[in-house]
Design a binder for this molecule. Structure first.
Ligand code: ASP
Ligand code: MG
Length: 401
């Protein structure tokens, strides 16, 4: 008998019709002879609504109490879904995170799963029950309720699949898989049949938005067979695994991230220790830096530029303002009218010419590149925000995706 873990996101259970739709998917899987464990998120915008409610009462509510509150969203979903499955005449039991054995660390609001005690779930499965588990939550070692961070139910599902040695972990959402680019930006983007964990990780961090990052990391680590598919269509989804069949395709997808600001400090002394001073100060203030560019020294000075998330802009400017004085540099400039456009593909590791093809496409589209960064399976360029749609489409066409 196979064991399948199925995860349904908030939009897939947002109302009565959707709940019954999901109940049917689950019971069909069960009827085929599989054991089925289901992880669900809170319905629709429930989590956002709960956060708003909390803010009305206390803007500085403790993270512990926030977790007590937010975990209720998922508890509603598991009960309603279990009731729907009962109504369809199948044996079912719903379990909160702690009942299902999710033990986490104590970082309220962003807890990490330490371990899953799977006795209860195993026991229910041996009775041939369908098991519905609340995603996004667990308890710490003091029995306090914790949550895993926004979008964390994906991670709950993958962790459970890993702990139970499930044959398959299906993540149901409202898109039918992972696309070569965001279909809203690139009209001829298409769905991929398969993608590697590494490629998916890059796309997830680039804001492709289909899967919670940590869930992909965990799937890779524990070799969980992952599949992303839609709860609203019967279309086959995208499979995520270690290696995918060898294709001539060099790159897998194009993504963009508009949450970028570029900060430059001009005319800093061209001497050892400057970069260290800048980036250690930023790190100490928990400002996460992405792309870094340093110009070649000229007249004993050089320029250093880096990108950060827009939310960190004010803080970074304050830090850099201080350093500007300290170094006697020529000023700090910032631009947040920019976008990071990236291509991702395991195939580029062993193939020359991928970067040049990307740059050719951008040059033909008359898009100026401001900064470039590369990793083994990714090339990112910084372009003006107004050029970003044009850039993605040009690249998507150039690589025949
Ligand atoms: N309900 C939580 C959230 O909205 C967890 C999840 O959806 O995965 O972030
Ligand atoms: Mg949600």
């Amino acid at each position: 008998m196979n064991l399948v873990v199925q995860k349904f996101g908030g939009s897939s259970v947002k109302d009565k019709e959707r709940i019954f739709n999901v109940a049917r998917i689950i019971t069909e899987t069960y009827q085929k002879g599989n054991n089925v464990v289901v992880v669900v998120s809170a319905q629709g915008d429930t989590t956002d609504d709960l956060i708003e409610k909390a803010l009305e009462i206390n803007e500085h509510a403790s993270k512990r109490e926030m977790d007590v509150l937010l975990s209720t969203g998922e508890q509603i979903s598991i009960a309603l879904l279990a009731m729907a499955i009962e109504k369809l005449g199948f044996p079912v039991v719903s379990l909160t995170g702690w009942q299902a054995g999710f033990l986490t660390d104590s970082t309220h609001g962003a807890a990490r799963i330490r371990r899953i005690n799977k006795e209860r779930v195993d026991n229910e499965l041996s009775k041939r029950n369908i098991v519905i588990v609340a995603g996004f939550q667990g308890i710490n070692r003091y029995d306090d309720i914790t949550t895993l961070g926004r979008g964390g139910s994906d991670t709950s599902a993958v962790a459970l699949a890993a702990a139970l040695h499930a044959d398959l972990c299906q993540i149901y959402t409202d898109v039918d898989g992972v696309y070569t680019a965001d279909p809203r930006l690139v009209p001829n983007a298409h769905k991929m049949d398969e993608i590697t964990y590494d490629e998916m990780l890059e796309l997830a961090t680039l804001g492709a938005g289909v899967l919670h990052n940590r869930s992909v990391e965990m799937a890779k680590k524990y070799h969980v067979n992952l599949e992303v598919l839609s709860s609203l269509t019967q279309n086959p989804g995208t499979k995520i695994k270690e290696v995918v069949k060898v294709e001539k395709m060099l790159i897998r997808g194009v993504a963009r991230d508009n949450d970028v600001a570029r900060v430059s400090i001009l005319g800093v002394p061209d001497q050892p220790g400057i970069a260290f001073k800048i980036f250690s100060k930023l790190a100490a203030c928990k400002v996460n830096v992405d792309i870094i560019l340093q110009s070649i020294g000229r007249d004993n000075t050089k320029d250093i530029s880096f990108t950060i998330s827009r939310a960190n802009k004010e803080q970074a400017l304050e830090i850099m303002g201080d350093l500007n004085q300290q170094f006697g540099a020529n000023g700090v400039v910032c631009d947040d009218n920019i976008s990071k456009v990236s291509i991702v593909g395991a195939g580029m590791q062993s193939n020359p010419g991928v970067a040049s093809k990307m740059f050719e496409a951008l040059s033909e589209a008359n898009v100026n590149i401001q900064m470039i960064s590369t990793s083994e399976i990714k090339i990112s360029v910084l372009v003006a925000l107004e050029d970003s749609d044009k850039a993605i489409n040009a690249i998507h066409d150039a690589f025949d995706l």
